[in-house]
Design a protein around this ligand. Sequence first.
Ligand code: TRP
Length: 444
Amino acid sequence: MENGKRAQWGSNFGFIMAAAGSAVGLGNLWKFPYLAGKNGGGVFVLIYLLIVLFIGFTIMLGEMAIGRSTQLSSYNAYRKINKKWSYVGAIGVIAGFIILSFYSVVGGWVLNYLYQTVIGGIPTDTSAYFGSFISDPISPIFWDMVFMIATAIIVFKGIGGGIEKACKFMMPALFVILVIISIRAMTLPGAGAGIAFYLTPDFSKLTAGTIVAALGQVFFSLSLGMGCIITYGSYLGKEENLEKNSIIVPFLDTLVALLAGFAILPAVFAFGFEPGSGPGLMFITLPQVFDKMPLGWIFGTLFFILVLFAALTSSISLLEVTVAYMQDHHKWGRTKAVIVLSLLMFLISIPASLSMGILSNVQILGNNLFDFLVLISDILLPLGGLLMCIFIGYVWGMDKALAEITNNGKFPFKLKGFWTIMIKYIAPLAVIVVFLNALGILKL
Ligand code: TRP
């Protein structure tokens, strides 16, 4: 609420850049390539694409409809439609807290890597360097703080002048850099093996674990299941076409994830590294790749700028969810909400960062704090998505949802039949099956 009236995006393009900015993040550039590398390359990519098409699109459109209909951020949006369901919005606000607390730690790593690449400070033994950097009690927390401050400043400036403006600059820049780096990677001698690994589905590698990993990744990568898109959708005018927007945003997000694979995996193969090296792929393997590449210093710097932009346009969306909740529900001003919440998130992120070092022996259910926070978000997001489907299909009602999407019949809704079946039956069922399987109750 700015000047008593709810803020709105300056244009539909601005909304798309902001929503795609939220979606495109560390999930695309850091997680997607290493998950693909670990889960059999092409098979993972194929399963991922199918889940985006069927479930990602469905939930994205559902969230946009709830947000725009109520003109309220997640908690109050659910509450306005049916008071009993406000807890689903509450889960989202909590998830926002949890995710940003570990996200800002990795955002801080990215800042450090950008800085070190520029000054030429990454030693040849990148593995030892990564290990000693993340377990350090001071340096990662310093960068984490810088990252949170940058996030807070953008969110403080509001919807149009802060988030939209930042995303309208950072997203196109990110895209251009990514295309340049992909071309560079794919034209390296020996890149073909990486491209083949990435594009050829080897179905012998298909396991239940692949599907669980892909589903979790779709939720995380598309920013679904915690009211982020509800919140962004609440700043959207009635004259915008929700169906179109919820195709464009997942399309852009998936395009960037695929391109990230093309930017990273061929280079990894070309220089003889392991694609399945896990979370270290970006921080351990890539710096070595840049080191060996002609003009690698420039490509490395460009690469970490790209990752930083992606991370920032996502972290602002996470902070905005909690800020909007404080504004809508507790009538806090933006300034107070931004300062209090970002400080609180930074404070939670300190033990998350320290859990890589001095607090590594503090274990919760066999995880250090960082991994525990990730685990909680991996559960909360699909849960939030499942509840949202049930909410739309059976509580809010399809008539009202469809009226919102078509703006009372003013827009055609080509995928109406598909969306209805998906949201009422298939998407919730799919999430339940994957859940039960992950919990070991049902064996796929
Ligand atoms: N989608 C972002 C990424 O891929 C992370 C993110 C931002 C997110 N907002 C979210 C994840 C909301 C889940 C929910 O990095």
